[in-house]
Design a protein around this ligand. Sequence first.
Ligand SMILES: [Zn+2]
Length: 355
Amino acid sequence: MTPSTFDPATISVPPARLPELLARMPKAELHIHIEGSLEPELMFKMARRNGVSLPYASVDELRRAYDFSNLQSFLDIYYAGASVLLHEQDFYDVAWAYLQRAQADNVLRAELFFDPQTHTARGVAMETVIGGLHRACEDARTQLGVDAALILCFLRHLSEDDAFETLEAALPYRDQFIGVGLDSSEVGHPPEKFARVFARCRELGLHLVAHAGEEGPPAYVWSALDVLKVERIDHGVQSAKDPALMKRLAQDGIALTVCPLSNLKLCVFPKLAEHNIRTLLDAGLKVTINSDDPAYFGGYVNTNFLQTFEATGLTATHAWQLARNSFEASFMDAAGKARCLERLDACFAEFAGGH
Ligand SMILES: [Zn+2]
C-alpha cells in the first residue's frame, strides 16, 4: 500500500470546519444494499408505473412505518418495498438514484450489494436484475466519476441449495459482479450454513464478504473468517465482546464495514453516543463508515459520518483514517486505490492549509 505523505497525528482542523471536511473528503462506500436505497417517493412512482399495490396509502404512511425494533421488523418492510422492482429500467433507476447521491457525498468508489433472490423468487429474471444494476454502474463511471461495482448477496434465511441455484443463475453474468456476500436475518443462520457455496465462489475467484456480528455473536465473525474465508466483515460491531477476536481482526487487517445509523435504527446500540466505533478504531481495527440501507435508516454516507462524529467526538485524524480504510478495504486495483488515497491526502492538505 502506498505510504501516506501524512502523519495522521499532526492533522489539525478547527472543530468548526469538521462537518465540511467530513462532507468533502473523498471516500469509498462498501456496505450499501441497493434495494435499501429505494426512497419512498421512487417506490410509489414504480408501484404506479408497474401496477403494484403497496400496503401503505402514501409516502408519509410508509415513512411512519420505519419505526423498527430489530433487524427482522426492518426486513419485513424492506422485502415489501422491493416488490415494485420488476423491469430492467427499475433496477437501473434505483441504482442510478443511489449513485447520484453517492457522487454528492464525494464517494469515489461504491461497492453495491444486491439480493437477487428477493427478485427471482417473484419471477424476475437474473438478467433483468444484474443488467439494470450493471448499466447504472457503467453510466456512473462515465457520467458521475463514481467507480461502482456489484456484490451479489445470498439471503441467509434461505437454504444453501437456494444459494447454489442463485449462483448458477448468475454465472452467465460473472463479468458484471465482483464478489458475493451474505445478508438478511442473522441470528439462527450462522455463516457455516453457507460453507460449501462460499468455497465454490472462492474457486471462481470471486471476492468474499459476509454480514456477521451485527446482532449475532462474535462466534459468527470467527466462522465468517475461518469457515467462509471472507475478506471483510459487514458490521462486526459485536466483535468488541471478544478480546481474542479483536486481536485477530487487528492483526489480519480485516475491515469492518460499520453502519452507525443502521445500528441505531435497529436498536443494536440505544444511542449513537454509545456506539462502539471509537473502541474499534482505538483497537487498531480497519473500520469504515457506511449507510447500509439509507432510505430506511435516516441517511446516506455523509449523514452517517456527520451524526457519528457529532455524537461520539471523533476527530479529523479519525476522519482521515476512516476514509483511508475505506479505500484500502475496497476491491479496487492497486492503481485505483493509490489515485483515491492521493485525492484524500490532497483534500486534507487543503483543509490543514486553511483554504
Ligand atoms: Zn447490511
